[in-house]
Write a new protein. Structure first.
Lengths: 160, 235
């Protein structure tokens, strides 16, 4: 992945070619590039496709997985569903707070991590579970969480 | 043309009509809140619900969105329907007691109590303004945003919309914006200053017996019917 800022026109062009006028896939594609849905991009999308801006805004605010505010580089989702809760997901959240100093719904001041709780990840067999940047981790202990987060931070430090 | 039964009468209506349109065509007034002739039906307020199907397996549907079919049996003012409608009006009263439209509905359909805590919401989410803006004004400046209990009518990104031409169509059509008359009971959640009489026929029959507006509560007649009914019961 290069650090070059993605070209808005190019992304929109590609997305429209791929998904036509289907609003939700378009938004998902945009979010993949920007990690959230920037207002200017949505305005441009509306101009380009002729989809009324309010329809785009409607879809963007309706779905929990579409974000209108900037997200951190790394997204941590900890499952707090029944099984994970019983098997100690609360301890994982505490551990994240110990390591990064953020609670659920918060972002670190350097904009690197966002912690969010979800109601079920659909993998109760490996509870307690966590997803970091789309990768699933199961059967976790607080020690595992610390290890995973430290690894990501090390990797980020090396890249910088 | 389609043959159907409307409150016990066999009637002919045009194909493709909704039940609401058919009923209004035959002079039966079904109350509505989110319906407007010039806009697409939305089925949100549920006030226009009617009972369809043979008794015993009838179901309640919103008449503004349900199209007429061959042989359809519709009851627009059965006891079941009227009861549900009153309940709905009561809920709307609790949501938005400052609205004149809702107060008028309550008076007209004899809703005399509100058992819920009044909320004084600004919006009942009927969607009239959204449809007005999109369909009549070709504006598409406002729409619904967020969901569930956070759902609200908004402009994109909650800033003044570039599409909005300040036509005022949304305010014109809004039932919640019309403030109620400044009567002596203004502070109460329920005014009932224009209260209609309660229809006595539903105490004795399964359906309304007439569609007089306002109801004249045929007290004499009702009494006679009651006697007749108890006599029938003995036989």
């Amino acid at each position: 992945m290069s650090n070059k800022l993605p070209d808005v026109e190019e992304i929109l062009e590609g997305a429209v070619k791929k998904h036509g006028l289907a609003v939700v896939p378009l938004l998902q594609e945009i979010q993949e590039h920007f990690r959230y849905l920037p207002e200017e991009v949505l305005r441009k999308l509306s101009q380009k496709t002729g989809i009324p801006l309010i329809e785009i805004y409607h879809a963007a605010t309706f779905y929990n997985s579409l974000y209108l505010t900037p997200r951190a580089k790394h997204q941590i989702n900890i499952c707090t569903g029944t099984t994970c809760h019983i098997r100690g997901s609360g301890k994982l959240i505490e551990e994240v707070f110990q390591v990064l100093g953020i609670g659920p719904g918060e972002t670190t001041s350097d904009g690197n991590f966002t912690l969010e709780t979800v109601n079920c990840l659909g993998c109760c067999a490996v509870a307690p579970a966590m997803v970091v940047d789309g990768k699933y981790y199961g059967n976790l202990t607080p020690g595992d969480v610390r290890e995973i987060l430290n690894k990501i931070m090390e990797k980020a430090a090396v890249e910088e | 043309m389609v043959q159907m039964t409307l409150n016990g009468l066999r009637v002919e209506v045009e194909e493709g009509m909704t039940i609401l349109e058919a009923a209004r065509f035959y002079g039966i007034n079904i109350p509505t809140l989110c319906y407007h002739e010039g806009l697409s039906p939305y089925g949100a307020c549920r006030l226009c619900l009617v009972e369809i199907g043979p008794s015993g397996q009838s179901k309640l549907v919103s008449s503004c969105t349900h199209r007429v079919e061959e042989g359809l049996v519709v009851r627009t003012h059965s006891e079941r329907v009227v009861k549900r409608r009153k309940m709905l009006i009561e809920l709307y009263l609790a949501t938005c007691p400052q609205s004149r439209v809702i107060q008028d509905l309550a008076s007209k359909y004899h809703v005399t109590r509100v058992r819920f805590t009044p909320r004084y919401e600004d919006c009942i989410l009927c969607g009239l303004c959204v449809r007005m803006c999109a369909e009549q004004m070709q504006g598409k400046a406002i729409g619904f945003a967020h969901r569930g209990s956070n759902r609200k009518v908004a402009t994109p990104f909650d800033v003044k919309s570039e599409e909005c031409r300040l036509c005022g169509g949304c305010m014109y059509i809004c039932p919640a914006c019309q403030s109620r008359c400044q009567g002596p009971q203004e502070e109460e959640p329920l005014c009932n200053a224009c209260l209609n009489l309660d229809q006595p026929c539903l105490n004795y029959f399964d359906d309304n017996m007439c569609f007089m507006d306002p109801c004249v509560a045929c007290e004499l007649g009702a009494g006679r019917e009651a006697k007749a009914k108890s006599r029938d019961g003995r036989l």
